[in-house]
Ligand binder design. Structure first.
Ligand code: ZN
Length: 93
């Protein structure tokens, strides 16, 4: 067994597998109640995590899994959030 205990793990809402927190995309709910990706993982409030697999993103959308960890109703503008998700996958300059 490797010593992984000190690496914070979070569960992807799409595939339910655990990953080191820093490898995941964090999402939260904006003050207006909209789904929002939190690229720097610094926004306050409840958050959930998603891995970078587009299939997980689609699955989470389909099952409405984004609202569960946030424990609040969520408005999702599919087109906008798909754009945001793609932007999060782009390598940063
Ligand atoms: Zn996943």
């Amino acid at each position: 067994m490797s010593k992984r205990g000190h690496i914070p793990l979070r569960t992807c809402v799409g595939c339910k597998r655990q990953f080191p927190k820093k490898e995941l995309l964090r999402f939260t709910r904006s003050p207006e109640g909209e789904l929002l990706f939190d690229e720097r993982q610094r926004l306050p409030g409840r958050g959930g995590y998603l891995c970078r697999n587009p299939a997980c993103f689609q699955e989470a959308l389909r099952r409405n899994a984004f609202s569960r960890p946030l424990r609040a109703p969520l408005r999702i503008d599919k087109e906008r959030i798909e754009r945001e998700f793609s932007a999060c996958l782009m390598p940063k300059k």
